[in-house]
Design a protein around this ligand. Sequence first.
Ligand code: 4NP
Length: 156
Amino acid sequence: MAQSKKSVLFICLGNICRSPIAEAVFAKLVKDAGKQNEWNIDSGAIGNWHVGKGPDRRAISVLTKHSISTSHKARQIKSRDFSEFDYIFGMDEDNMDDLKSMAPTNSKAKIELLGTYDPQGELIIRDPYYDNGEEGFEKCYQQCMRCCAAFLERMG
Ligand code: 4NP
């Protein structure tokens, strides 16, 4: 009998910068490994400000530069996510505080900082939204790539 899929939800404050980058990077790694049938991958926001919108143009630009595409539209996290996903990753401590206070007592999901998987030990994926240029987005991409690759390897 086919095993049920593994699942991961990437969360940040607005779901237009960091978490859609992480989602797209992880989806690319999974696809390149030929494992797309084994995973449910999504991203979401703590807040509802950008629901329905595509990622920030700088996030799309950085992904495009690395030959990765995304069609994600922002959505807000909902309580069902805590019972449907195996892993929910926050980007910073504010996300973690919010996720822990939202999580129902019967939450199935393991809630972790994505940065705990970084082989270079950089724990926090900083919010680049208020930056002027793309530099913070490139750094976010690099962190997401390191963490997602290590997570996928860990998950087999
Ligand atoms: P993100 O960045 O959490 O990485 O998507 C942000 C995007 C928008 C806002 C904050 C952070 N905002 O306040 O609108």
